[in-house]
Design a protein around this ligand. Sequence first.
Ligand SMILES: Nc1ncnc2c1ncn2[C@@H]1O[C@H](COP(=O)(O)OP(=O)(O)OP(=O)(O)O)[C@@H](O)[C@H]1O
Length: 508
Amino acid sequence: MQNFELGLFWEQVLEDTKKKMPLQLWESTISSWLIPLSVEDLSIHIGVTQDFIKNIIEKNPAVIGPLQESIDQINGSHLDIIIMNILETTPNQPSTQSGQSNLKLYTPVYDDPVIIDTPAPHQTTVSDSLQSIDDQLAAQQQSQNQFGQQQMVSQPEPKKIDLSYSNLIKSFRFETFVAGNSNRIPFGAAQAVAENPGNIYNPLFIYGPSGLGKTHLMHAIGNYIIDHNPNLNVMCITSEKFMNTFVDLVVRGRQGDVFRNIFRNIDVLLVDDIQFLENKEGTKNEFFNTFNELLDNQKQIVLTSDTLPSDMNQLEDRLRSRFQAGFIATMDNPDLETRIAIVKSILEKYNISLTNDAVNYVAYQFSENVRVLQGAVNRLVGVASLQNLTGDIDYEFTKSALEDLITEQPVELLSIKHIQDFVSSYFSIKKADLLGKKRKIQFAFPRQIAMYLCRDLISESYPQIAAAFTRDHTTILHAYEKISKEMEKNPETARIVNDIKNKLNGCG
Ligand SMILES: Nc1ncnc2c1ncn2[C@@H]1O[C@H](COP(=O)(O)OP(=O)(O)OP(=O)(O)O)[C@@H](O)[C@H]1O
Protein backbone atom coordinates (compact mmCIF):
# COMPACT_ATOMS: atom_id res chain seq x y z
CA MET A 1 0.00 0.00 0.00
CA GLN A 2 3.09 2.27 -0.05
CA ASN A 3 2.13 4.11 -3.23
CA PHE A 4 -1.56 4.07 -2.60
CA GLU A 5 -3.21 7.19 -4.07
CA LEU A 6 -6.45 7.59 -2.19
CA GLY A 7 -7.65 10.42 -4.41
CA LEU A 8 -7.33 8.34 -7.58
CA PHE A 9 -8.75 5.28 -5.86
CA TRP A 10 -11.81 7.25 -4.78
CA GLU A 11 -12.33 8.66 -8.27
CA GLN A 12 -12.54 5.07 -9.56
CA VAL A 13 -14.94 4.13 -6.78
CA LEU A 14 -17.15 7.07 -7.74
CA GLU A 15 -17.10 6.08 -11.38
CA ASP A 16 -17.84 2.46 -10.67
CA THR A 17 -20.62 3.01 -8.12
CA LYS A 18 -22.26 5.46 -10.53
CA LYS A 19 -22.70 2.59 -12.99
CA LYS A 20 -24.18 0.34 -10.32
CA MET A 21 -26.95 2.53 -8.90
CA PRO A 22 -29.75 4.84 -10.02
CA LEU A 23 -28.13 8.19 -10.84
CA GLN A 24 -30.34 10.18 -8.51
CA LEU A 25 -29.55 7.95 -5.56
CA TRP A 26 -25.83 8.05 -6.35
CA GLU A 27 -25.81 11.84 -6.66
CA SER A 28 -27.67 12.37 -3.45
CA THR A 29 -25.63 9.93 -1.37
CA ILE A 30 -22.23 8.64 -2.47
CA SER A 31 -21.18 11.51 -4.68
CA SER A 32 -22.24 14.34 -2.42
CA TRP A 33 -21.84 13.05 1.11
CA LEU A 34 -18.78 10.88 1.39
CA ILE A 35 -15.24 12.06 1.99
CA PRO A 36 -12.53 9.39 1.73
CA LEU A 37 -10.12 9.81 4.63
CA SER A 38 -7.63 7.00 4.69
CA VAL A 39 -6.90 3.39 3.93
CA GLU A 40 -5.23 1.52 6.71
CA ASP A 41 -4.48 -2.17 6.84
CA LEU A 42 -7.73 -3.80 5.80
CA SER A 43 -10.15 -0.91 6.13
CA ILE A 44 -11.13 2.26 4.37
CA HIS A 45 -12.18 5.20 6.52
CA ILE A 46 -14.84 7.41 5.03
CA GLY A 47 -15.93 10.70 6.55
CA VAL A 48 -19.38 12.21 6.68
CA THR A 49 -20.47 15.43 8.34
CA GLN A 50 -23.64 14.29 10.03
CA ASP A 51 -24.70 11.14 11.86
CA PHE A 52 -27.90 10.68 9.91
CA ILE A 53 -25.88 10.36 6.67
CA LYS A 54 -23.83 7.57 8.25
CA ASN A 55 -27.08 5.81 9.17
CA ILE A 56 -28.59 6.24 5.73
CA ILE A 57 -25.50 4.89 3.98
CA GLU A 58 -24.86 2.01 6.36
CA LYS A 59 -28.44 0.85 6.63
CA ASN A 60 -29.41 1.03 2.99
CA PRO A 61 -28.38 -2.01 0.95
CA ALA A 62 -28.98 -0.04 -2.25
CA VAL A 63 -26.12 2.24 -1.24
CA ILE A 64 -23.76 0.23 0.93
CA GLY A 65 -24.00 -2.80 -1.39
CA PRO A 66 -22.63 -1.15 -4.55
CA LEU A 67 -20.16 0.87 -2.47
CA GLN A 68 -18.66 -2.23 -0.85
CA GLU A 69 -18.59 -4.08 -4.14
CA SER A 70 -16.80 -1.27 -5.98
CA ILE A 71 -14.27 -0.72 -3.21
CA ASP A 72 -13.40 -4.40 -3.06
CA GLN A 73 -13.20 -4.75 -6.83
CA ILE A 74 -10.98 -1.71 -7.33
CA ASN A 75 -8.79 -2.54 -4.36
CA GLY A 76 -8.45 -6.15 -5.51
CA SER A 77 -9.36 -7.46 -2.07
CA HIS A 78 -11.86 -6.79 0.68
CA LEU A 79 -11.67 -3.58 2.71
CA ASP A 80 -13.93 -2.99 5.71
CA ILE A 81 -15.81 0.26 5.29
CA ILE A 82 -15.64 2.46 8.39
CA ILE A 83 -17.85 5.52 8.20
CA MET A 84 -17.21 8.24 10.75
CA ASN A 85 -18.60 11.66 11.48
CA ILE A 86 -15.56 13.86 10.93
CA LEU A 87 -17.05 16.78 12.77
CA GLU A 88 -17.00 14.73 15.93
CA THR A 89 -13.33 13.72 15.56
CA THR A 90 -10.97 15.84 17.61
CA PRO A 91 -7.71 16.73 15.84
CA ASN A 92 -5.47 14.66 18.09
CA GLN A 93 -7.68 11.68 18.40
CA PRO A 94 -6.01 8.48 17.20
CA SER A 95 -7.82 7.46 14.07
CA THR A 96 -6.58 3.91 13.97
CA GLN A 97 -6.50 0.98 16.32
CA SER A 98 -3.32 -0.30 14.77
CA GLY A 99 -1.13 2.44 16.17
CA GLN A 100 1.99 2.87 14.10
CA SER A 101 1.08 2.43 10.46
CA ASN A 102 1.38 5.35 8.05
CA LEU A 103 -1.86 7.13 7.52
CA LYS A 104 -2.76 8.58 4.14
CA LEU A 105 -5.01 11.58 4.33
CA TYR A 106 -6.86 12.81 1.30
CA THR A 107 -7.71 16.45 1.62
CA PRO A 108 -10.71 17.09 -0.59
CA VAL A 109 -9.85 20.61 -1.68
CA TYR A 110 -10.83 21.95 -5.10
CA ASP A 111 -7.38 21.54 -6.58
CA ASP A 112 -5.39 18.38 -6.96
CA PRO A 113 -5.71 15.79 -4.23
CA VAL A 114 -3.06 16.26 -1.60
CA ILE A 115 -1.65 13.17 0.03
CA ILE A 116 -0.16 14.02 3.36
CA ASP A 117 1.84 11.23 4.96
CA THR A 118 1.76 11.58 8.69
CA PRO A 119 2.86 9.19 11.35
CA ALA A 120 -0.06 7.79 13.30
CA PRO A 121 -1.47 8.05 15.91
CA HIS A 122 -1.80 11.84 15.53
CA GLN A 123 -4.03 12.85 12.73
CA THR A 124 -2.93 16.00 10.95
CA THR A 125 -5.43 18.73 10.35
CA VAL A 126 -5.11 21.30 7.60
CA SER A 127 -4.20 23.97 10.10
CA ASP A 128 -1.48 21.70 11.58
CA SER A 129 -0.01 21.32 8.10
CA LEU A 130 -0.08 25.05 7.55
CA GLN A 131 1.59 25.63 10.88
CA SER A 132 4.32 23.11 10.19
CA ILE A 133 4.99 24.66 6.77
CA ASP A 134 5.28 28.03 8.37
CA ASP A 135 7.59 26.66 11.05
CA GLN A 136 9.89 25.27 8.38
CA LEU A 137 9.81 28.57 6.62
CA ALA A 138 10.60 30.48 9.78
CA ALA A 139 13.47 28.08 10.53
CA GLN A 140 14.91 28.54 7.08
CA GLN A 141 14.66 32.28 7.22
CA GLN A 142 16.33 32.21 10.60
CA SER A 143 19.24 30.23 9.21
CA GLN A 144 19.52 32.61 6.28
CA ASN A 145 19.51 35.62 8.56
CA GLN A 146 22.05 34.17 10.93
CA PHE A 147 24.63 33.20 8.36
CA GLY A 148 23.84 35.66 5.62
CA GLN A 149 23.33 32.79 3.19
CA GLN A 150 21.50 29.52 2.88
CA GLN A 151 22.94 26.78 5.07
CA MET A 152 23.80 23.58 3.24
CA VAL A 153 21.48 21.27 5.12
CA SER A 154 20.17 18.20 3.44
CA GLN A 155 16.74 18.94 2.01
CA PRO A 156 14.24 16.50 0.59
CA GLU A 157 13.94 16.46 -3.19
CA PRO A 158 11.53 19.12 -4.41
CA LYS A 159 8.15 17.73 -5.30
CA LYS A 160 7.15 18.02 -8.93
CA ILE A 161 4.36 20.53 -9.00
CA ASP A 162 1.84 20.73 -11.75
CA LEU A 163 0.28 24.13 -11.94
CA SER A 164 -0.47 23.92 -15.63
CA TYR A 165 -4.19 23.67 -15.13
CA SER A 166 -6.47 26.08 -13.48
CA ASN A 167 -8.22 23.97 -10.83
CA LEU A 168 -11.55 25.56 -11.57
CA ILE A 169 -14.72 23.84 -10.44
CA LYS A 170 -16.62 23.62 -13.69
CA SER A 171 -20.07 23.82 -12.13
CA PHE A 172 -19.34 27.13 -10.36
CA ARG A 173 -20.51 29.47 -13.10
CA PHE A 174 -22.48 32.70 -13.31
CA GLU A 175 -25.40 30.73 -14.78
CA THR A 176 -25.56 28.48 -11.72
CA PHE A 177 -25.32 31.35 -9.24
CA VAL A 178 -28.58 32.76 -7.93
CA ALA A 179 -28.29 36.52 -7.63
CA GLY A 180 -30.48 38.43 -5.18
CA ASN A 181 -30.39 41.56 -3.05
CA SER A 182 -27.76 40.10 -0.75
CA ASN A 183 -25.17 39.45 -3.43
CA ARG A 184 -26.09 41.67 -6.36
CA ILE A 185 -23.07 43.94 -5.95
CA PRO A 186 -20.43 41.17 -5.76
CA PHE A 187 -22.22 39.36 -8.58
CA GLY A 188 -22.14 42.46 -10.79
CA ALA A 189 -18.52 43.20 -9.89
CA ALA A 190 -17.52 39.61 -10.66
CA GLN A 191 -19.23 39.75 -14.05
CA ALA A 192 -17.54 43.06 -14.85
CA VAL A 193 -14.13 41.62 -13.96
CA ALA A 194 -14.78 38.48 -16.02
CA GLU A 195 -15.74 40.54 -19.05
CA ASN A 196 -12.86 42.93 -18.74
CA PRO A 197 -10.03 41.33 -16.74
CA GLY A 198 -7.23 43.58 -15.55
CA ASN A 199 -9.08 46.78 -16.33
CA ILE A 200 -11.71 47.15 -13.68
CA TYR A 201 -11.89 46.44 -9.93
CA ASN A 202 -8.33 45.26 -9.50
CA PRO A 203 -7.89 43.55 -7.12
CA LEU A 204 -11.45 42.41 -6.59
CA PHE A 205 -11.75 41.44 -2.94
CA ILE A 206 -14.85 39.30 -2.30
CA TYR A 207 -15.63 39.39 1.38
CA GLY A 208 -18.29 37.62 3.45
CA PRO A 209 -18.95 34.95 6.07
CA SER A 210 -18.56 31.28 5.29
CA GLY A 211 -20.85 29.47 2.86
CA LEU A 212 -22.30 32.48 1.06
CA GLY A 213 -20.85 31.81 -2.39
CA LYS A 214 -17.49 33.64 -2.47
CA THR A 215 -15.66 30.65 -3.92
CA HIS A 216 -18.49 30.04 -6.37
CA LEU A 217 -18.26 33.60 -7.71
CA MET A 218 -14.49 33.48 -7.94
CA HIS A 219 -14.57 30.24 -9.94
CA ALA A 220 -17.34 31.69 -12.10
CA ILE A 221 -14.97 34.51 -13.06
CA GLY A 222 -12.30 31.98 -14.00
CA ASN A 223 -14.67 29.77 -15.97
CA TYR A 224 -16.06 32.74 -17.86
CA ILE A 225 -12.59 33.98 -18.79
CA ILE A 226 -11.45 30.55 -19.94
CA ASP A 227 -14.56 30.19 -22.11
CA HIS A 228 -14.39 33.64 -23.64
CA ASN A 229 -10.68 34.30 -23.61
CA PRO A 230 -8.87 30.98 -23.90
CA ASN A 231 -5.50 32.64 -24.49
CA LEU A 232 -5.39 34.03 -20.98
CA ASN A 233 -3.62 32.03 -18.28
CA VAL A 234 -5.96 31.67 -15.34
CA MET A 235 -4.71 30.29 -12.05
CA CYS A 236 -7.14 29.48 -9.29
CA ILE A 237 -5.43 28.55 -6.06
CA THR A 238 -6.22 28.40 -2.38
CA SER A 239 -3.93 30.38 -0.11
CA GLU A 240 -2.95 27.02 1.39
CA LYS A 241 -1.83 25.72 -1.99
CA PHE A 242 0.05 28.95 -2.68
CA MET A 243 1.87 28.39 0.59
CA ASN A 244 2.62 24.73 -0.12
CA THR A 245 3.93 25.60 -3.56
CA PHE A 246 6.10 28.31 -2.15
CA VAL A 247 7.52 26.00 0.50
CA ASP A 248 8.10 23.14 -1.94
CA LEU A 249 9.80 25.24 -4.56
CA VAL A 250 11.46 28.05 -2.71
CA VAL A 251 12.08 26.79 0.81
CA ARG A 252 12.75 23.09 0.27
CA GLY A 253 13.69 23.08 -3.39
CA ARG A 254 15.51 26.39 -3.56
CA GLN A 255 13.97 27.01 -6.94
CA GLY A 256 12.80 30.56 -6.38
CA ASP A 257 13.16 31.37 -10.08
CA VAL A 258 10.84 28.55 -11.07
CA PHE A 259 8.29 29.75 -8.54
CA ARG A 260 8.47 33.34 -9.75
CA ASN A 261 8.27 32.28 -13.39
CA ILE A 262 5.08 30.32 -12.76
CA PHE A 263 3.38 33.34 -11.32
CA ARG A 264 4.92 35.80 -13.78
CA ASN A 265 3.09 34.05 -16.62
CA ILE A 266 -0.34 34.34 -15.11
CA ASP A 267 -2.92 36.74 -16.50
CA VAL A 268 -5.61 36.14 -13.92
CA LEU A 269 -4.79 35.04 -10.37
CA LEU A 270 -7.70 33.86 -8.21
CA VAL A 271 -6.82 33.20 -4.58
CA ASP A 272 -9.36 31.65 -2.22
CA ASP A 273 -9.38 32.22 1.55
CA ILE A 274 -6.64 34.80 1.59
CA GLN A 275 -7.18 35.32 5.33
CA PHE A 276 -5.04 32.22 6.02
CA LEU A 277 -1.96 34.08 4.79
CA GLU A 278 -2.33 36.68 7.49
CA ASN A 279 0.01 34.97 9.96
CA LYS A 280 2.37 33.28 7.53
CA GLU A 281 5.37 35.55 7.50
CA GLY A 282 7.57 34.24 4.66
CA THR A 283 4.71 33.33 2.38
CA LYS A 284 3.08 36.67 3.01
CA ASN A 285 6.15 38.52 1.76
CA GLU A 286 6.37 36.38 -1.34
CA PHE A 287 2.69 36.87 -1.95
CA PHE A 288 3.17 40.61 -1.68
CA ASN A 289 5.91 40.50 -4.33
CA THR A 290 3.86 38.29 -6.65
CA PHE A 291 0.80 40.41 -6.10
CA ASN A 292 2.64 43.67 -6.85
CA GLU A 293 4.28 42.36 -9.94
CA LEU A 294 0.98 41.11 -11.36
CA LEU A 295 -0.86 44.32 -10.55
CA ASP A 296 1.93 46.44 -12.01
CA ASN A 297 1.52 44.47 -15.22
CA GLN A 298 -2.25 44.98 -15.23
CA LYS A 299 -2.98 41.34 -14.52
CA GLN A 300 -6.26 40.63 -12.80
CA ILE A 301 -6.30 39.52 -9.17
CA VAL A 302 -9.37 38.25 -7.32
CA LEU A 303 -9.24 37.38 -3.63
CA THR A 304 -11.83 35.88 -1.33
CA SER A 305 -11.79 36.20 2.42
CA ASP A 306 -14.01 35.89 5.46
CA THR A 307 -12.11 38.75 7.08
CA LEU A 308 -11.93 42.33 5.87
CA PRO A 309 -8.43 43.68 5.19
CA SER A 310 -9.04 46.28 7.91
CA ASP A 311 -9.62 43.45 10.42
CA MET A 312 -6.50 41.46 9.47
CA ASN A 313 -4.46 42.68 12.37
CA GLN A 314 -1.35 40.72 11.47
CA LEU A 315 -1.26 42.11 7.96
CA GLU A 316 1.32 44.78 7.23
CA ASP A 317 -0.01 48.13 6.17
CA ARG A 318 1.51 47.88 2.69
CA LEU A 319 -0.40 44.66 1.94
CA ARG A 320 -3.58 45.87 3.60
CA SER A 321 -3.60 49.06 1.57
CA ARG A 322 -2.95 47.05 -1.62
CA PHE A 323 -5.97 44.85 -0.82
CA GLN A 324 -8.09 47.89 -0.16
CA ALA A 325 -6.97 49.69 -3.29
CA GLY A 326 -9.30 47.74 -5.56
CA PHE A 327 -12.91 46.97 -4.87
CA ILE A 328 -14.22 45.23 -1.77
CA ALA A 329 -17.49 43.47 -2.57
CA THR A 330 -19.44 42.23 0.44
CA MET A 331 -21.63 39.13 0.33
CA ASP A 332 -24.55 39.19 2.76
CA ASN A 333 -26.78 36.40 3.94
CA PRO A 334 -29.40 35.72 1.26
CA ASP A 335 -32.91 36.95 1.96
CA LEU A 336 -35.93 34.67 1.81
CA GLU A 337 -36.63 35.29 -1.87
CA THR A 338 -33.09 34.39 -2.85
CA ARG A 339 -33.15 31.32 -0.63
CA ILE A 340 -36.37 30.17 -2.27
CA ALA A 341 -34.74 30.64 -5.69
CA ILE A 342 -31.65 28.70 -4.53
CA VAL A 343 -33.78 25.80 -3.25
CA LYS A 344 -35.61 25.67 -6.58
CA SER A 345 -32.38 25.76 -8.57
CA ILE A 346 -30.98 22.81 -6.58
CA LEU A 347 -34.20 20.84 -7.04
CA GLU A 348 -34.08 21.46 -10.78
CA LYS A 349 -30.68 19.82 -10.88
CA TYR A 350 -32.14 16.70 -9.28
CA ASN A 351 -35.31 16.89 -11.35
CA ILE A 352 -37.39 16.76 -8.18
CA SER A 353 -40.17 19.09 -7.17
CA LEU A 354 -41.57 20.24 -3.85
CA THR A 355 -44.92 21.83 -3.11
CA ASN A 356 -44.69 25.58 -2.54
CA ASP A 357 -45.20 25.35 1.19
CA ALA A 358 -42.42 22.73 1.38
CA VAL A 359 -40.03 25.01 -0.56
CA ASN A 360 -40.94 27.90 1.71
CA TYR A 361 -40.41 25.75 4.76
CA VAL A 362 -36.86 24.78 3.74
CA ALA A 363 -35.94 28.33 2.73
CA TYR A 364 -37.36 29.67 5.97
CA GLN A 365 -35.75 27.20 8.34
CA PHE A 366 -32.26 27.09 6.82
CA SER A 367 -31.25 30.69 6.69
CA GLU A 368 -27.77 30.44 8.19
CA ASN A 369 -25.90 30.27 4.89
CA VAL A 370 -26.22 28.72 1.46
CA ARG A 371 -24.05 25.72 2.29
CA VAL A 372 -26.40 24.79 5.14
CA LEU A 373 -29.41 25.34 2.89
CA GLN A 374 -27.84 23.13 0.22
CA GLY A 375 -27.15 20.45 2.83
CA ALA A 376 -30.81 20.46 3.87
CA VAL A 377 -32.05 20.14 0.28
CA ASN A 378 -29.54 17.38 -0.48
CA ARG A 379 -30.68 15.53 2.58
CA LEU A 380 -34.32 15.88 1.63
CA VAL A 381 -33.58 14.62 -1.88
CA GLY A 382 -31.56 11.74 -0.43
CA VAL A 383 -34.32 10.68 1.96
CA ALA A 384 -36.95 11.01 -0.78
CA SER A 385 -34.97 8.87 -3.22
CA LEU A 386 -34.33 6.22 -0.60
CA GLN A 387 -38.07 5.98 -0.13
CA ASN A 388 -38.66 5.97 -3.90
CA LEU A 389 -40.97 8.92 -3.57
CA THR A 390 -42.61 10.09 -6.77
CA GLY A 391 -44.48 13.33 -7.47
CA ASP A 392 -44.19 16.53 -5.47
CA ILE A 393 -42.62 16.22 -2.03
CA ASP A 394 -45.04 17.78 0.40
CA TYR A 395 -44.72 19.92 3.48
CA GLU A 396 -45.28 17.12 6.03
CA PHE A 397 -42.67 14.84 4.45
CA THR A 398 -40.18 17.72 4.22
CA LYS A 399 -40.75 18.69 7.81
CA SER A 400 -40.19 15.20 9.15
CA ALA A 401 -37.19 14.51 6.87
CA LEU A 402 -35.42 17.63 8.11
CA GLU A 403 -36.66 17.66 11.68
CA ASP A 404 -33.43 16.69 13.38
CA LEU A 405 -31.39 19.25 11.44
CA ILE A 406 -33.31 22.06 13.08
CA THR A 407 -31.60 22.90 16.31
CA GLU A 408 -33.29 26.17 17.16
CA GLN A 409 -36.93 26.87 17.77
CA PRO A 410 -38.56 26.32 14.36
CA VAL A 411 -39.39 29.59 12.63
CA GLU A 412 -43.04 30.13 11.83
CA LEU A 413 -43.60 29.50 8.15
CA LEU A 414 -44.55 32.47 6.02
CA SER A 415 -48.03 31.75 4.70
CA ILE A 416 -50.91 33.48 2.95
CA LYS A 417 -52.51 34.05 6.34
CA HIS A 418 -49.30 35.56 7.67
CA ILE A 419 -49.14 37.97 4.71
CA GLN A 420 -52.80 38.93 5.09
CA ASP A 421 -52.35 39.64 8.81
CA PHE A 422 -49.19 41.63 8.27
CA VAL A 423 -50.50 43.73 5.38
CA SER A 424 -53.68 44.65 7.26
CA SER A 425 -51.71 45.76 10.29
CA TYR A 426 -49.15 47.60 8.07
CA PHE A 427 -51.96 49.70 6.52
CA SER A 428 -53.90 49.83 9.80
CA ILE A 429 -57.05 48.34 8.30
CA LYS A 430 -59.17 45.47 9.59
CA LYS A 431 -58.46 42.07 8.16
CA ALA A 432 -62.14 41.78 7.26
CA ASP A 433 -61.75 44.86 5.05
CA LEU A 434 -58.61 43.46 3.44
CA LEU A 435 -60.52 40.31 2.53
CA GLY A 436 -63.87 42.05 1.91
CA LYS A 437 -65.38 43.56 -1.21
CA LYS A 438 -65.10 47.30 -0.49
CA ARG A 439 -63.56 49.06 -3.47
CA LYS A 440 -62.33 52.18 -1.73
CA ILE A 441 -58.66 52.81 -2.48
CA GLN A 442 -57.62 52.46 1.20
CA PHE A 443 -58.79 48.82 1.10
CA ALA A 444 -58.29 47.90 -2.57
CA PHE A 445 -54.61 48.97 -2.68
CA PRO A 446 -53.49 46.94 0.39
CA ARG A 447 -55.61 44.02 -0.86
CA GLN A 448 -53.84 44.00 -4.22
CA ILE A 449 -50.47 44.29 -2.53
CA ALA A 450 -51.29 41.32 -0.31
CA MET A 451 -52.35 39.28 -3.35
CA TYR A 452 -49.16 40.32 -5.16
CA LEU A 453 -46.98 39.29 -2.20
CA CYS A 454 -48.61 35.88 -1.88
CA ARG A 455 -47.49 35.22 -5.42
CA ASP A 456 -44.16 37.03 -5.45
CA LEU A 457 -42.86 36.21 -2.00
CA ILE A 458 -44.05 32.68 -1.35
CA SER A 459 -44.93 31.57 -4.91
CA GLU A 460 -48.41 30.37 -4.01
CA SER A 461 -50.49 29.27 -7.00
CA TYR A 462 -53.18 31.63 -8.30
CA PRO A 463 -56.04 29.24 -7.40
CA GLN A 464 -54.71 28.91 -3.82
CA ILE A 465 -54.44 32.68 -3.38
CA ALA A 466 -57.86 33.11 -4.96
CA ALA A 467 -59.35 30.67 -2.45
CA ALA A 468 -57.77 32.52 0.47
CA PHE A 469 -59.24 35.84 -0.71
CA THR A 470 -62.55 34.28 -1.87
CA ARG A 471 -62.01 35.65 -5.35
CA ASP A 472 -61.65 34.31 -8.85
CA HIS A 473 -58.07 33.46 -9.87
CA THR A 474 -58.21 36.05 -12.71
CA THR A 475 -58.65 38.74 -10.03
CA ILE A 476 -55.40 37.62 -8.42
CA LEU A 477 -53.64 37.57 -11.79
CA HIS A 478 -54.90 41.09 -12.47
CA ALA A 479 -53.74 42.32 -9.02
CA TYR A 480 -50.32 40.76 -9.54
CA GLU A 481 -49.85 42.41 -12.93
CA LYS A 482 -51.20 45.73 -11.73
CA ILE A 483 -48.85 45.96 -8.74
CA SER A 484 -45.86 44.77 -10.83
CA LYS A 485 -46.47 47.56 -13.37
CA GLU A 486 -47.23 50.11 -10.67
CA MET A 487 -43.91 49.30 -8.98
CA GLU A 488 -42.07 50.01 -12.23
CA LYS A 489 -43.88 53.30 -12.82
CA ASN A 490 -44.24 54.60 -9.31
CA PRO A 491 -41.23 54.61 -6.94
CA GLU A 492 -43.46 55.14 -3.92
CA THR A 493 -45.37 51.91 -4.62
CA ALA A 494 -42.06 50.10 -5.10
CA ARG A 495 -40.82 51.50 -1.79
CA ILE A 496 -43.94 50.38 0.09
CA VAL A 497 -43.94 46.87 -1.38
CA ASN A 498 -40.21 46.41 -0.74
CA ASP A 499 -40.57 47.70 2.79
CA ILE A 500 -43.32 45.15 3.51
CA LYS A 501 -41.24 42.41 1.89
CA ASN A 502 -38.19 43.25 3.98
CA LYS A 503 -40.25 43.31 7.14
CA LEU A 504 -41.88 39.99 6.31
CA ASN A 505 -38.45 38.56 5.55
CA GLY A 506 -37.27 39.72 8.93
CA CYS A 507 -34.72 42.18 7.50
CA GLY A 508 -36.55 45.40 8.23
N1 LIG B 1 -26.17 32.52 -4.63
C1 LIG B 1 -25.88 31.24 -4.82
N2 LIG B 1 -26.43 30.54 -5.84
C2 LIG B 1 -26.16 29.22 -6.01
N3 LIG B 1 -25.34 28.51 -5.23
C3 LIG B 1 -24.74 29.16 -4.22
C4 LIG B 1 -24.96 30.54 -3.97
N4 LIG B 1 -24.24 30.91 -2.90
C5 LIG B 1 -23.58 29.82 -2.50
N5 LIG B 1 -23.88 28.76 -3.29
C6 LIG B 1 -23.39 27.37 -3.14
O1 LIG B 1 -23.14 27.18 -1.74
C7 LIG B 1 -21.97 26.40 -1.55
C8 LIG B 1 -21.01 27.17 -0.68
O2 LIG B 1 -20.53 28.29 -1.42
P1 LIG B 1 -18.99 28.71 -1.43
O3 LIG B 1 -18.10 27.54 -1.22
O4 LIG B 1 -18.74 29.53 -2.64
O5 LIG B 1 -18.98 29.61 -0.12
P2 LIG B 1 -17.80 30.50 0.49
O6 LIG B 1 -18.41 31.83 0.77
O7 LIG B 1 -16.60 30.48 -0.39
O8 LIG B 1 -17.53 29.75 1.85
P3 LIG B 1 -16.14 29.59 2.66
O9 LIG B 1 -15.78 30.95 3.16
O10 LIG B 1 -16.51 28.66 3.77
O11 LIG B 1 -15.13 29.03 1.71
C9 LIG B 1 -21.41 26.11 -2.93
O12 LIG B 1 -21.83 24.83 -3.34
C10 LIG B 1 -22.05 27.16 -3.82
O13 LIG B 1 -22.24 26.69 -5.15
